[in-house]
Design a protein around this ligand. Sequence first.
Ligand SMILES: Cc1ncc(C[n+]2csc(CCO)c2C)c(N)n1
Length: 216
Amino acid sequence: MKFTEQLWNAALPVYEKIQAHPFNEELKTGTLPVETFKFYIYQDSLYLADFAKALAVAGTRSSTREELLEFLQFAQNAILVERALHESYFAAYNIDFTSGKAPGCFAYTNYLLATSTFESYEVAVAALLPCFWIYKRVGDFIYANQTTPNPYQNWIDAYAGEEFGVAVNKALAICDRLGEQASETVRNRMVEAYLTSSRLEYSFWDSAYRLESWPV
Ligand SMILES: Cc1ncc(C[n+]2csc(CCO)c2C)c(N)n1
């Protein structure tokens, strides 16, 4: 069994909860309230800026130039996606939030930044993988089962698209190589990191669905 298949199995219960979460269910049927989508887009733009930094930092810790280049390309792409969000959705929906990161976004971005900086390269890669893989699987699921016409079509298309699929496969190949070469101890830490990020992916959607704010 490939190492990434082990990761998938370890976090399968979390993935199933993500796929069935009312945020994704309502995105699929097009019934998600627009205020919720706006809140999510705003949080995602804050997420992507830090995610790009975490990818770049993880890349600097790789042992090959090929992987450094791939991570820098992922990072560049995350910034371009963030810019596209601003140019399309922020303008179309008149988004002008100033509230900053909600707790769900804060927890996830800080986990990724800390892990990519202070953990081993292997563990950092495992922590970054759910951002790619879970999004791809959720995107494909929603794309295949969506109600059309759907007000969130552009968003759905981006994550079910061919281009994003290529990036996901590259991230998977890197993680498989690292997992196969790692010791048992490192592999266990990679599983733990993958699981934590999967839980934080869930929390991110749940936070947006609840329009989460700080209790104080
Ligand atoms: C919370 C959250 N998690 C994952 C993604 C997906 N994503 C956006 S850009 C990118 C990689 C670019 O190379 C990935 C995987 C997201 N948008 N928001």
